[in-house]
Design a protein around this ligand. Structure first.
Ligand SMILES: [Zn+2]
Length: 367
């Protein structure tokens, strides 16, 4: 709720500042007959529109989960970021077309001192706004605020270049507005594409942030009797809802009662510390060693010959069933994953004929 209010407040400030800028720039642009300044104003109009989209997106995303959407509405924020990106792309395309026209058929603009002062003030206002919105976006993990903050900084640069173009035009009687407009449009388009790919990436589903994965595994690894944490998998349903699972290795002489207490405790502590809903799965680890240590060493030695194998975990020998379990994480880039797996199993079987080997191929979902 606090986050939602903060984002809405920042967006309202953005709308207010942009509305004032649009009014001034359109007036100055039309009076001076400068298409660059008019375009600049239109560009600010898209920003105000983006802020409206951000507010609506945040409000909708904050809706409580219900029966039909049990994971909440958080992903709507990514969709509003995509919408903002599309608005920026459209503005970029329009700017490009207008500038091309202006390059081919240049017309002289007529700037007054007042109009130059207005533009200079607009540059300063936009820079300040951009920094303010961006830092709020980082504080509240809002992809759309960061996007509109970045956009505002880009716009300040655009306004600055219209100022420079006016200067050049006044000093040398030379119209560079068109060429400048083309360069500006490319920057606008680039910003749009970057925001689009970032928010689309989050909609598609991305790898768990490496630092977070490390922190979580360290956190879980500190519990007594936890021998290792593996297969951390997280799904993001908006910036504030993370759901996932992890596997931990425990000594095979622990009782269900002990495991129950431990896994419940881990899930609860992880939720309190990280706000993540985590399901904890269990691998057994042999407490009675001896021969098995030798088998594990042999497996480790064999794996050394396969650089594609990134990790092996969950090694467990069921002595009664003569069954050996282990999980392999093979690089996504490796094309012959199944071949590598069966190769390794075959080599283990040759060495330890009386055992069967049950390997599982895990996906390389986190660092
Ligand atoms: Zn595994």
């Amino acid at each position: 709720m606090e986050r939602e209010k903060a984002i809405v407040k920042v967006s309202v400030v953005g709308i207010g500042v942009n509305a004032v800028l649009v009014a001034f720039k359109l007036a100055v642009g039309f009076l001076a007959g400068s298409i660059a300044i008019v375009l600049d104003g239109v560009n600010n109009l898209t920003d105000a529109l983006s802020s409206v989209v951000t507010i609506v997106g945040t409000r909708l995303a904050g809706k409580a989960p219900d029966k039909k959407h049990p994971y909440g509405y958080g992903k709507i924020e990514y969709i509003s970021s995509v919408t903002v990106a599309v608005i920026i792309l459209l503005a970029g395309l329009t700017a490009f077309r207008e500038s091309l026209e202006k390059t081919l058929h240049p017309t002289a603009a007529n700037y007054s001192a007042v109009s130059l002062i207005v533009i200079a003030a607009a540059v300063a206002a936009k820079l300040a706004l951009g920094r303010y919105v961006r830092s709020a976006g980082k504080t509240w993990h809002s992809e759309s605020l960061i996007a509109s903050g970045t956009d505002a900084v880009m716009d300040a640069i655009i306004s600055l270049s219209t100022l420079i173009a006016a200067g050049i035009s006044m000093a040398f009687d030379l119209s560079v507005e068109g060429v400048l407009g083309l360069v500006i449009s490319v920057f606008i388009l680039k910003a749009g594409i970057e925001i689009l790919s970032s928010s689309m990436g989050q909609l598609i589903g991305e790898r768990v942030d490496s630092a977070l994965a490390g922190e979580l595994k360290d956190f879980i690894g500190k519990y007594p009797s936890v021998l290792g944490a593996y297969d951390l998998s997280l799904h993001q349903y908006g910036p504030e809802r993370l759901i996932g699972s992890v596997h931990i290795e425990l000594p095979d002489d622990m009782t269900a009662r002990e495991i129950h207490g431990l896994t419940r405790q881990i899930a609860e502590d992880v939720y309190c510390a990280f706000g993540i809903v985590l399901t904890v799965g269990v691998y057994a680890s042999n407490t009675a060693d001896g021969a098995f240590a030798d088998m594990k060493r042999t497996l480790t030695d064999i794996l050394r010959e396969y650089p594609e194998v990134l990790q092996m975990h969950g090694f467990y020998v069921d002595a009664e069933k003569k069954l050996v379990y282990f999980d392999l994480i093979i690089d996504f880039k490796a094309e012959n994953k199944a071949e590598i797996e069966s190769d390794i199993i075959r080599r283990m079987q040759e060495r330890f004929g009386e055992y069967e080997f049950a390997a599982v191929l895990d996906s390389d979902v986190s660092d």
